[in-house]
Design a protein around this ligand. Structure first.
Ligand code: EPU
Length: 437
């Protein structure tokens, strides 16, 4: 898919969808709890969700979708082998490991995938299973864990990992376990809430980055129902998009606390932001203050999943900005594309250096989900020419109805399945008339 983009100032209202990365632990909680019916409300209709649902089918589940509600029948879930092809398409699939261990004390998974944003090993997930007393068999194509987990145990992560922490929780659901050095992203905290709702004694000791779980006294359940929190990365993308285009947006269905670090940075740069209950208003400007050093890190710090997007906005700052991504230190694919648009952006000792620059429409290519979002923003900021953004379909992995939402706020974007015909580019989006079908 190709997106054709033209300089725009966004204006209007946008509603954020349910969280992609909270969907996977919700599925995991339902399976690990032993539920036969799992209902997940506020589910975004995005590709990564559909891939996960296909994987559940391979495990013997059935599902139906009613509006934004997904209903999973997990009565006949089995320890089938899942296809490496589907498993490798997304990262969220890795929670199947902890979920099956929680339900059957046995799991076999192929190697997970996800965006190509640097190394993404699963050694910490394996460490968690080992610490719980499972026997783990690690081969090039799969990981298998089985045996009887300890009734009481301790898992200590070497680094903070989001899905690793989720897996550790899910595989500990029938034991009493202390999990140390956990990730505390809102999606992890939601998993804790999901389990609490169904009688698991679980709590986060925030100051110590420790989770205490005791599932030994929980009751069996037949049905589990969860409602996904708003997607904080989608919300942050809209905030940055509005600021970068100098537009004005009302962003609805947001938990401001989940993106506090983003709001703080934007305010510091000079964007006007008002916070209401479940809603944020943002008004951009033409010039911003630079940031000396922005560090993307584990929650509550600035999220790595918004690092590519903020790079685009900082091109409009009056001085030099530096960014360091501690989570994915090689998440750079957007940089080379921004350079094609004339941006003065480079790498120095692992830091991204952004100098004030005007960017111009060009032919560019997205490589992963969040860089696609960043390059859309770039296309809406770029002067003179239109931008032709290739591999635009990547956006469908994580942003629900993105094009429709963009058009609703006056963004000039048109999407083409294959090649764009020359006359379209010449005509320009402002004069674009869709073909009759
Ligand atoms: N890591 C290891 N070993 C492990 C696990 C992680 O070395 O066993 C390293 C990773 O290589 C990385 C760091 O630890 O450098 C943190 O990775 P983490 O495990 O936290 O990431 P993840 O669980 O694979 C989730 C999100 C990502 C998001 C990261 C960081 C899901 C499905 N994915 O991935 O979301 O970037 O946390 O916040 O929850 C996205 O939505 O676009 C996306 C990439």
């Amino acid at each position: 898919m190709i997106a054709l983009l033209e300089k725009s100032k966004v204006l209007g209202e946008v509603k954020v969808s349910g969280s992609k990365n909270a969907f996977f632990p919700a599925v995991g909680a339902g399976i690990a709890l032993g539920a036969e019916k799992i209902v997940i409300k506020n589910t975004p209709k995005i590709k990564d969700v559909f891939v996960m649902l296909e994987l559940l089918k391979e495990l013997g589940c059935e599902y139906k979708i009613q509006s934004s509600e997904v209903i999973i029948n997990a009565e006949k879930i089995k320890l089938n082998d899942v296809s490496p092809e589907n498993f490798g398409k997304i990262r969220g699939s890795v929670v199947i490991f902890g979920s099956l261990l929680g339900r059957f004390e046995n799991a076999k998974i192929p190697m997970p995938g996800g965006c190509k944003i640097g190394k993404r090993p699963i050694d910490q997930h394996i460490k968690a299973a080992n610490s719980l007393g499972y026997k783990v068999e690690e081969k090039e194509e799969y990981v298998k864990a089985y045996g009887t987990p300890k009734k009481e145990g301790k898992i200590k992560f070497d680094i903070k990992t989001v899905t690793g922490t989720e897996n550790a929780i899910l595989m500990s659901i029938n034991s009493k376990v202390e999990i140390e050095n956990v990730a505390i992203e809102p999606e992890v905290q939601e998993l804790i809430n999901y389990l609490k709702k169904y009688g698991v004694d679980i709590r986060l000791e925030n100051k110590e980055d420790k989770i205490l779980i005791d599932g030994t006294k929980r009751k069996k359940i037949k049905e589990a129902e969860f409602e996904l929190i708003p997607d904080r990365i989608e919300a942050g993308t809209w905030l940055i998009l509005a600021a970068a285009t100098g537009g004005k947006l009302k962003i609805k269905n947001v938990i401001a606390e989940h993106i506090k670090a983003v709001i703080d940075v934007l305010k510091e740069c000079g964007a006007k932001i008002k916070i209401y209950e479940n809603k944020i208003e943002v008004e951009g400007s033409e010039k911003y203050k630079s940031v000396d050093l922005l560090i993307a890190d584990s929650y509550p710090a600035f999220p790595t999943d918004l690092q590519p997007q903020i790079c685009v906005m900082l091109l409009k700052a009056e001085g030099k900005s530096r960014i360091k991504d501690n989570i994915f230190p090689e998440r750079f694919s957007h940089i080379w594309e921004l350079k094609k648009m004339g941006a003065d952006i480079s790498l120095e000792n692992g830091e991204i250096i952004i100098n004030p620059s005007k960017i111009y429409g060009a032919e560019i290519e997205a490589k992963d989900l969040r860089s696609t979002a960043a390059l859309v923003i770039a296309g809406l900021v770029a002067e003179k020419n239109q931008t032709i953004l290739k591999n635009f379909e990547l956006i469908e992995r994580g942003y629900e109805n993105f094009v429709k939402k963009l058009k609703n706020v006056n963004a000039k974007i048109e999407v083409f399945e294959d090649e764009i015909r020359k006359e379209e580019i010449i005509k320009g989006i402002s004069n674009y008339v869709p073909y009759s079908t």
